[in-house]
Ligand binder design. Structure first.
Ligand SMILES: Cc1ncc(COP(=O)(O)O)c(C=O)c1O
Length: 480
């Protein structure tokens, strides 16, 4: 029931006291005056509180239960991040305030940039982009600006492996490149022969995720970097999977020229449902002049926005980016420290491998290799034997109170189920998840209809995804 349907005429949550203040007439033009009073819901305070508490409890989140969403790094969001982001000095400032009066905020942006450059091995960085995909577009525009600035007009191709996240080819295309897909090896890694065949003086950039979306580390990365650079192209790092290597190896040392990060994944800011994110883009020094303006700099103990970058690709977002997400990431880095970040990535890899081993006892894993922070189940044999799809398994998991993993991605694995437990889950939770999954596999073999018709316990059951995407209904329409 919507809050409008709960409305009772005359019910109120708050009454303004009668005051002795003189009533005044205002000269508002007639055409701006309402013809009838707005139809706002009328409820008591407990009605309102109960309505929203009930709605909130219907929502599933990482604060409520396990979230094994591969490729999305849904790690726990420490509450201290929320505390610092809510401090009035951060939450109440306005980006139009003169920078002389917002030194604390600029210091955070500057220092966060320094931390992230250190973690990634890059020389400079922008924190403007509002999400990973936005960071990719920014990085691709920088790559384009670089080649054009050298008068190298032939380079119109972006190479993207077939295991890549869908945003990679989309961002490259938006930046004006023609995308050429690279076929992976049987193992799901970059095929050096295929790469060699596709490299030419028309290639501008190779976009890579390392570890890739199968959770595998590209073992030939230094060789790949050399091949790409020898061909005059740039190497782009999709940092959505940095959680696996943070504090241990750095993309900059592997030979990457441009890097995007997802603060709303690796650095524990909450995300999902299109909420505010942050996708900083780091570059090697030879690309720094193309960064979006303004770049935050420090001189004479003052922090200031530097607009003086004649070769900049321009602004990619208003003001400085999603500042409060930066405060959360900054808090996370400071509370974790160098050793804490390294430990987190170790635990992320350990947890993923533990869970992979448990699950491999009853489902096929796409790659036999030790994984990094995530792994992919190949459900094709299971589907063939039971007639139950991995989508059905994902839906049935909801009945057991856990979030579903990513399904049907990466595209190179049929009936893929991609699982990323993250470092913040205990062994008990991983054991519990594996037990539930095993039980569903058993159900699929003995009572497949139960799984095929799931979920049963959620507020709504199977939705028509296509209609929801193509014809979304955002507004409540009052009857009559
Ligand atoms: C590997 C990879 N790259 C890029 C992205 C895009 O990031 P965002 O969702 O922040 O736009 C994702 C998101 O899941 C991802 O997993």
């Amino acid at each position: 029931m919507t809050i409008f349907e709960k409305s009772v005429t005359g019910r109120k949550a708050f009454r303004f006291p009668d005051t002795a203040i003189e009533k005044r007439e205002f000269d508002i033009p007639n055409h701006l005056l309402r013809k009838k009073a707005p139809q706002l819901p009328e409820l008591s305070e407990p009605d309102v509180v109960r309505h929203y508490t009930d709605l909130a409890s219907k929502n599933y989140s990482v604060d409520k239960g396990f979230y094994p969403l591969g490729s999305c790094t849904m790690k726990y969001n420490p509450k201290i991040n929320e505390y610092t982001a809510a401090l009035r000095g951060f939450s109440q400032i306005h980006p139009y305030q003169p920078w002389e009066f917002t030194q604390g905020a600029l210091q955070i942006i500057f220092e966060l940039k320094e931390f992230l450059c250190e973690i990634t091995g890059m020389d400079d960085m922008t924190l403007q982009p509002a999400a990973g995909a936005h960071g990719e577009l920014t990085g691709m525009l920088i790559a384009r600006a670089y080649h054009l600035s050298k008068g190298d007009f032939k380079r119109h191709i972006a190479l993207v492996p077939d295991s890549a996240h869908g945003t990679n080819p989309a961002s490259a295309a938006m930046a004006g490149f023609d995308v050429v897909e690279l076929k992976s090896t049987e193992d799901g890694l970059i095929d050096l022969a295929e790469l060699k065949k596709n490299l030419s003086d028309e290639v501008a950039v190779l976009m890579l995720t390392n570890p890739n979306t199968l959770g595998l580390f590209e073992k030939d990365i230094t060789e790949i970097a050399k091949m790409v650079h020898d061909a005059g192209a740039l190497l782009y790092y999709d940092g959505a999977n940095l959680n696996a290597i943070m504090g241990r190896v750095r993309p900059g040392d592997m030979g990457f020229d441009i890097v995007h990060l997802n603060l709303h994944k690796t650095f524990s800011a909450p995300h999902g449902m299109g909420g505010p994110g942050s996708g900083p883009v780091g570059v090697k020094s030879f690309l720094a002049e193309f960064l979006p303006i303004p770049v935050i700099r420090k001189a004479d103990d003052k922090y200031y926005p530097d607009f003086n970058l004649p070769k900049s690709i321009g602004r990619v977002r208003s003001f400085y980016g999603n500042f409060l997400v930066m405060v959360k990431a900054y808090t996370y880095i400071l509370t974790m420290g160098r050793d804490g970040l390294t430990h987190a990535s170790r635990m992320a890899v350990l947890n993923a491998n533990y869970l992979r081993t448990l699950i491999s006892r009853f489902l096929n894993i796409a790659s036999p290799r030790t994984c990094m922070h995530e792994f992919v189940v190949d459900g094709s044999e299971f589907v063939r034997q039971t007639g139950v799809k991995v989508l059905d398994v994902a839906k049935r998991l909801l009945d057991y109170g856990v979030h579903a993993p990513t399904v049907y991605f990466p595209l190179i694995v049929h009936e893929a189920m991609m699982i990323e437990p993250t470092e913040t889950e205990s062994k008990d939770t991983l054991d519990m998840f594996s037990k539930i999954l095993k039980q569903i596999v058993e159900e699929a073999r003995t009572k497949p209809d139960i799984v095929k018709n799931a979920p049963y316990k959620t507020p709504v059951r199977r939705l028509d995804d296509v209609t929801a995407t193509k014809k979304p209904v955002y507004r409540f329409k009052r009857q009559g």
